[in-house]
Each structure stands twice: as structure tokens, then as C-alpha cells.
Design a protein around this ligand. Sequence first.
Ligand code: UDP
Length: 327
Amino acid sequence: MRALITGGCGFMGSHLAEALLARGDDVTVLDDLSTGRFENVRHLVPRAGFRFAIETIANETVMDRLVSECDIIYHLAAAVGVELVVRDPVHVLETNIKGTEVVLRTGARYRKKVILASTSEVYGKSSRVPFREDDDGTLGPTTRSRWSYACSKAMDEFMALAYHKQLALPVVIARFFNTVGPRQSGRYGMVIPRFVRQALDGEPLTVYGDGQQTRCFTFVGDVVRAVVALADHPAALGQVYNIGSSEEVTIEDLAGRVIALSGSESRIDHIPYHQAYEAGFEDMLRRVPDTSKLRALVGWQPTLDLDGILRSVIDSMRAESVLAGER
Ligand code: UDP
């Protein structure tokens, strides 16, 4: 298979590129390096079958050529991270809506399968957990910019399903829950790389709100395995799948575990939401996936639990610090 990964220099894209190369696929990554980093794929450059293009998905001329030369598109390019969404909503909306439109249009031109990366944000602030794929979403008002991300990804899903229904484009939608692992940056808000960096630096861990909000964290390698299994399965076409673990943890408890596992002496600071993000910011209280649909189709189970994930992130950040010190 010849795979095109949009956003292939990002955290998840680079892990997917490794997995596909390992099984013998040819991989082209397309990334404009807006949040992705070339460092994430530099080690892949000498590998046979690996190519890259530093360009935006909005460049339809480049997209046309790359799509015509591949068999499958993994569309991961997107503006993500709650802080980025609050800080730069224009960029988020344009990238996620216009960019996906180009991907779907070029995909349809050559009838190439599209795996669309979506998000658990589309469930919004519903508290009826666990979330099933066909549950209603409960989004906040348009005056709260956080919800622009959920809306942009919901629009991506609508567009992908419309192309499938009307133009017979083969699409599969993967809704990622909180995914973590080595190479994830804390710069755009993601909590685990943030907490681990703070713990290793002996800084206070910044818990937002009362810390009683919960999340389920999944190791990136497990998520990539689910994505590839869905891409390979003909019955997944035209369907939406949750991908995430069911191990639920409060953010307060998460901070305590990061401190314990890293042997840090950091304390925990509570920061009000309006200070962390913006006035009127709305968080989700609980976010838990129902993955029975995914399990029934491909028999997926995560292999790493939360402590295993935290150890892996702590080890990789320690190794990065050693390397940075040697440079
Ligand atoms: N969070 C936190 N401290 C941080 C960063 C995030 O307490 O330094 C919280 C955030 O408010 C949310 C949870 O951790 O409740 C997960 O945040 P993240 O941005 O990783 O993902 P989200 O689930 O919001 O998409």
C-alpha cells in the first residue's frame, strides 16, 4: 500500500508513519509544520519507501499530485489543542474546515480511501458517559471559542459522510479520545506532557479548576493499531468509531500519579479556568468512550494502562533532556 499521511510530522502522524513503514507500506507525509515538527520524522528519512512534502493541505495542486500517487489517505492534519483553539480560532476553523474539504475533494477525484481523524470533542459537554458513536452531541454557544474546534471536526465528519453517501468516496471516521505518548508536545495544552515536564523540572503541576474533571488516556501505539485495523477492514467504510481506553482518572489524581512515578518533589497548584484559558471557559466534566463497536469489528484492546503510559512519557522526556544537555 502507498499511504499518504496529512499531518505526518505531528505526534500521532509520525507514530502512524513508523507503523506503516514497519509493515512494508510506502509512506508519504505532508505537513506544513504549523504544529508538527520535522524532528518527529527525521529518523525516517533514510528509510526506503519514505517521502515527505512540507506543504499545507490547502495547496490543492500538491494535494492533487500526492493523492493521485497514493492508495489511501490518513487525514490527520488539523489544528488541535484546547489552548491553541482558544488563542487562534481563525486558524483552527480554516485549517479544519477548508483543509478537509480539499482532502475530500481530491480523494473523491481519484476514489482513494480516506481515514478521517476526528475527536471526542464532538460529544461536547454531555455528561451521559460512556459516549456511543450515535449519541447526541451537546455543544456550548458560539460565543465560547472552545466549541469552534468541536464544530469544525463535526463539520469534517458531516462532509466525509456526505462524500461517502453521495459520491461513493470510501471513508472511515476515527474519533480519538485523549491520546498520549512520546513526542507529544505540551505547548498546545495537552495535560500529560505538561505535567511530566513540570514534574521533571521541579515546577508546580498546574491543575485547572477543581481537578475533578476526568479523562481516559490511551497510548499512541494502541491508537495507531486501531486506526490501521479500521483502514484495513472493508466493513468499516462509511462508519464512525470511538478509539480510547476506559480507564477513567481525575486530573487531580493524574497530577498525583505523575509526581509519584517521576519521583518529583513538585507540588500541585490549582489554577481557575478563566486564568488558564479565558473568561467563561467551559470544560467537559467526564469523557469516557464506549468502544464496543470497535471491539466487535476488529477485537481491539489497549495494551498499556495509565501507569505504563506515564512511565513511557517520563522516560522519553528524561531521554530528551539528556540529549538536549549533550548538544
Ligand atoms: N489541564 C490541566 N492542566 C494543564 C493542562 C490541562 O488541569 O496544564 C486539564 C484541562 O483543563 C482538561 C484536562 O486537563 O480538563 C485535559 O486537557 P487536555 O488539553 O490534555 O485535553 P482535553 O481533554 O481538554 O482535550
